[in-house]
Ligand binder design. Structure first.
Ligand code: PGA
Length: 252
């Protein structure tokens, strides 16, 4: 049985007082839940605050991106080891908001995944298609291409040390979630693809769905057998809504 994971992707939102209220609320709510893991991925300047407020609580924290280099002349970048110094457990890799402006190729995302594992972080690796790719029936091929870039770097066992997140780009921030059936079909397909390489890895791999998960659609999404939790953007900006999603995952 895979343990469900609910991750807040706070994107470029928050402030010191707002984060404090959000994190305190999530910690308090999570103390009543036993069956899920929960994490908050914050903008880099708030990692220290996350470390102070979340250490020794049931809530983990992480970054939203990292460099594929260990150190060096990369102005504005953050090294994997720096995330580790601030106690991060997770790092989001290959989010579409980073891929889409050409900041990140498939191979670069695969390399970041490898560097994250080497640093001792758990990468949350995002795959997903654009609206035009969806309409052209390319969902499967896009996701497999993106996933294979990770397998090329770390093998299928390496992939299973991370978390996979299927996030159709047309569902992100649009309020238009994929239907539970669509999400389940794609997640089962991805797990099946991994199983062809290694059945144990496929069984162990946690696959999240992300894209307009809200308090009112979480229950039907989390009821699907291959959906192991969610990567939550907009709904993580409201403490009570995020906690409702956590409670729904705990009860699923
Ligand atoms: P959303 O974002 O929940 O606002 O759609 C999800 C994500 O981008 O991870």
């Amino acid at each position: 049985m895979r343990r469900k994971l609910v991750v807040a992707n706070r994107k470029m939102n928050g402030s010191i007082p707002d984060n404090r209220a959000f994190m305190a609320g999530v910690v308090q709510g999570m103390r009543e839940l036993r069956k899920i893991d929960c994490a908050i991925c914050v903008p880099h300047p708030y990692l220290y605050q996350a470390q102070v407020l979340l250490a020794d609580t049931p809530v983990a924290w992480g970054g939203q991106n990292m460099s594929r280099h260990e150190f060096g002349p990369y102005t504005g970048s953050v090294a994997p080891g720096m995330l580790v110094e601030f106690g991060c457990k997770y790092v989001i890799i290959g989010h579409s908001e980073r891929r889409e402006r050409g900041y990140e190729s498939d191979d670069a995302a695969g390399e970041r995944f490898e560097m994250a594992l080497k640093a001792g972080l758990t990468p949350i690796f995002c795959v997903g298609e654009t609206l035009s790719e969806f309409e052209a029936g390319m969902t499967d091929s896009v996701a497999i291409r993106q996933l294979n870039a990770v397998v090329d770097h770390v093998g299928v066992r390496g992939l299973a040390k991370g978390v996979l997140a299927y996030e159709p780009i047309w569902a992100i921030g649009t309020g238009k979630s994929a239907t539970p059936e669509h999400a389940q079909t794609i997640l089962a397909f991805l797990r099946g693809h991994v199983a062809l390489l290694d059945e144990t890895a496929a069984e162990r791999l946690r696959i999240l769905y992300g894209g307009s998960v809200k308090a009112d659609n979480a229950a039907e999404l989390f009821a699907m057998p291959d959906i192991d939790g969610g990567l939550i953007g907009s709904a993580s900006l409201v403490t009570e809504e995020f906690l409702t999603i956590c409670r729904v995952a705990d009860a699923a």
